[in-house]
Design a protein around this ligand. Structure first.
Ligand code: SAM
Length: 191
């Protein structure tokens, strides 16, 4: 019943690390076709499925359009890296801080490893900047990267803002792919 098999990666990561909780505000970058969103909607109770638990909020952005999903708000046809798109997210949130930023954003692969790596890291930095500016203290940021020469550097930059940063390779991510996930936890705030 998931829109894509990618749902299992987030399910595995969340089962292991317990990032998503009822009542949280989630911003999802690169959300189409919406499989991660399905997982997020259920785990933060944004529908709400359980009326006895706090109701969360899920907003997803993608370059392509996304079929509507109850419990989520989608900004389709939008580039997350554009300031205008980020302003639209903020307008929607009406001053509420973000608890979890998720990024499964990936550029179109050119086939040139170093270039693809650099492009996905740039997307990760864009979502990191947003997370640092708009997260609640204690917040989390999870992003997909393709391993390469800038992986170390982005992890170091993440450690300036988050108490815990770790690399995760979920079982459903093909072992022969460079795909990894960086999970940042316990946002420290900006000093
Ligand atoms: N997590 C999604 C799911 O489970 O359904 C799958 C996401 S897919 C692997 C990567 C997505 O990132 C693509 O849909 C692509 O359009 C999107 N993307 C890439 N660059 C983007 C950008 N600058 N802004 C918004 N979305 C972007």
């Amino acid at each position: 019943h998931y829109r894509a098999r990618s749902a299992y990666k987030l399910l595995e990561i969340d089962n292991q690390c317990k990032i998503l909780k009822p009542g949280q505000v989630v911003v999802e970058c690169g959300a189409a076709p919406g499989a991660w969103t399905q997982v997020a909607v259920s785990r933060v109770n944004s529908l709400p499925n359980d009326k006895d638990k706090p109701q969360g909020i899920v907003i997803g952005v993608d370059l392509t359009s996304i079929h509507p999903l109850p419990g989520a708000t989608f900004l389709g046809g939008k580039d997350f890296t554009c300031p205008k798109t980020q302003q639209q997210i903020l307008d929607f949130l009406q001053g509420r801080k973000v608890n979890v930023v998720l990024s499964d954003m990936a550029p179109n692969a050119s086939g040139t490893k170093a270039l693809d790596h650099e492009n996905i890291i740039n997307l990760s930095y864009s979502a990191l900047r947003f997370a640092v500016q708009h997260s609640a203290i204690g917040g989390s940021y999870l992003c997909k990267i393709w391993e390469g020469f800038m992986s170390q550097k982005i992890s170091e930059d993440m450690r300036k803002f988050y108490k815990n940063v770790k690399t995760i390779k979920p079982p459903s991510s093909r072992s022969d792919s460079a795909e990894k996930f960086l999970l940042c936890r316990n946002f420290l705030g900006i000093k």
